[in-house]
Ligand binder design. Structure first.
Ligand code: NAP
Ligand code: HSE
Length: 433
């Protein structure tokens, strides 16, 4: 059987998964692709590190030139992460006509254009299925399987680490820091987990998904972003009383021809399929004008699930480019060039939790401010028990309202003497709009 030599840039969580899959499923992959895939070189920083997989010493290197200058290596798999030197290494490999597979959402979302164009000029493939939602083949689905649709809305749970944390807080009452450590030990979190918990990782992924689904190049900074570090057990308890759960959602909607793009903790009805996505699972819920509602579900992080997506990209290159000579699928991500909606114009329903003095007139003052900003309330909850020194929790739930109006209201509410703190603001998505 003919052989294809490939190289890995990185042998961390994902690299280990790719190594294991190529070894354990060698026969299936060879039958499906018609080629035996051989990992000829692996780039790492530290050769002496214990890695949990047995890799022959002679194929591990700390010198990138060993890969770049080896003409027998046809496919390079970048699973090191970060911007540099990953970007430079991929550009150089493309210059040598090597096909590229990557899992690097940060790089694609922030600097993908340069890489796509270089790949196009060099006539090489640049595949990135593992960059979004781990093992779920969502890039392929949007690029190929849903092309008969106008996609109208997309809601994603696209970060495994934060979904793992929120799920354990909700179901087991565990502490944030402890769960984060567990997510790191399981290989879900990024090298710097700030990217997960502050929503950057989901922001990159939404920029990629939105670009593909809406044929519009989405600059990552146009995606509104909030992480999960403000979410407390108190908010989870309130969500439960409303029949809701809290998830970090990545949302893109075509609203009157403009794209709403946002990543933030969201209360969703516990009956919605996305509400039952727990652990490191991800899900992407899509509304297409032909297909209707679709949900893709699977492991969003971890060595083997992510490795599964990487290996499918390798096989796809081998199958579609037997001679490795052409047919790059450059993302034509500016087909419609839709305008991005300013986040202040986005409409949502809101949960607002405040600590206030427990005395007459407070609620009246707050509702007057909200009324002046055209914010209509759906419910108000004041917990009977006094927190301390006559202070109580006040929870407001609004009807659909513009973000600008909420922000202006909160600015005014904050100035009231009786308002001690605005403890949280969480958007509510009931999937009715
Ligand atoms: P990781 O565990 O930190 O592994 C990174 C690997 O790259 C390590 O083997 C490291 O070498 C090597 N490396 C990093 N910088 C290097 C450099 N300058 N020169 C040579 N080698 C270098 O990361 P990971 O979790 O596998 O993630 C890799 C990529 O996949 C990232 O882009 C990440 O966002 C993406 N991704 C991860 C997951 C997941 O579940 N973890 C899922 C989807 C996508 P040493 O081991 O010697 O330090
Ligand atoms: N850190 C990422 C996550 C890895 O937790 O989802 C998968 O992209």
């Amino acid at each position: 059987m003919k052989k294809v030599k490939i190289a890995l840039l990185g042998l961390g969580n994902v690299g280990r998964g790719v190594w294991t899959i190529l070894k354990e499923n060698q026969e299936e992959i060879a039958k499906r692709s018609g080629f035996k895939v051989e990992i000829a070189k692996i780039l790492v920083r530290d050769k002496s590190k214990q890695r949990g997989v047995e890799v022959p010493e002679n194929i591990v290197t700390t010198d990138f030139n060993d890969i770049l200058n080896d003409d027998s290596i046809k496919i390079v798999v970048e699973v090191m992460g970060g911007i540099e030197p990953a970007r430079e290494y991929m550009l150089q490999c493309m210059g040598k006509k090597k096909q590229i597979v990557t899992a690097n959402k940060m790089l694609i979302a922030t600097g993908g254009d340069e890489l796509f164009h270089k790949a196009d000029r060099e006539g090489v493939r640049f595949n990135y299925e593992a960059s979004v939602a781990g093992g779920i083949p969502i890039i392929q689905a949007i690029n190929e399987s849903l092309t008969g649709n106008k996609i109208e809305q997309l809601y994603g749970i696209v970060n495994g680490t934060t979904n793992f944390i929120l799920g354990k807080m909700q179901l087991e009452g565990s502490k944030f820091d402890d769960i984060l450590k567990e997510a790191q030990a399981k290989g879900y979190a990024e090298a710097d987990p700030t990217s997960d918990i502050e929503g950057f990782d989901a922001q990159y992924k939404l920029a990629i998904l939105a670009s593909l689904a809406f044929g519009t190049k989405v600059a990552v900074e146009k995606v509104y972003r909030e992480g999960i570090t403000n979410i407390t057990e108190v908010d989870m308890e309130y969500a439960k009383t409303f029949g809701m759960v809290i998830k970090l959602l990545a949302i893109v909607k075509d609203t009157d021809g403009k794209l709403e793009l946002r990543v933030h903790p969201t209360m969703i009805p516990e009956t919605h399929p996305l509400a039952n996505v727990y652990d490191s699972f991800n899900a992407v819920f899509i509304k297409g004008n032909a297909v209707g509602d679709l949900m893709f579900y699977g492991r969003g992080a971890g060595d083997l699930p992510t490795g599964s997506a990487v290996v499918s990209d390798i096989v796809s290159i081998i199958r579609n480019n037997i001679e490795f000579d052409n047919t790059n699928l450059v993302v034509k991500n500016n087909l419609w060039n839709k305008e991005i909606m300013d986040v202040g114009q986005v409409k949502s329903k809101y949960y607002i939790r405040l600590t206030v003095d427990d005395r007459p007139g407070v609620l009246g003052d707050i509702t007057a401010i909200l009324g002046n900003q055209d914010v209509s309330l759906r419910s108000v909850i004041q917990k009977g028990e006094i927190k301390n020194e006559e202070k109580v929790d006040l929870v407001l739930v609004t009807h659909l309202t513009r973000e600008d109006n909420i922000n202006k209201s909160l600015e005014e509410i904050k100035k009231l003497d009786a308002v001690k703190s605005i403890d949280n603001l969480i958007r509510i998505e009931d999937f009715e709009n």
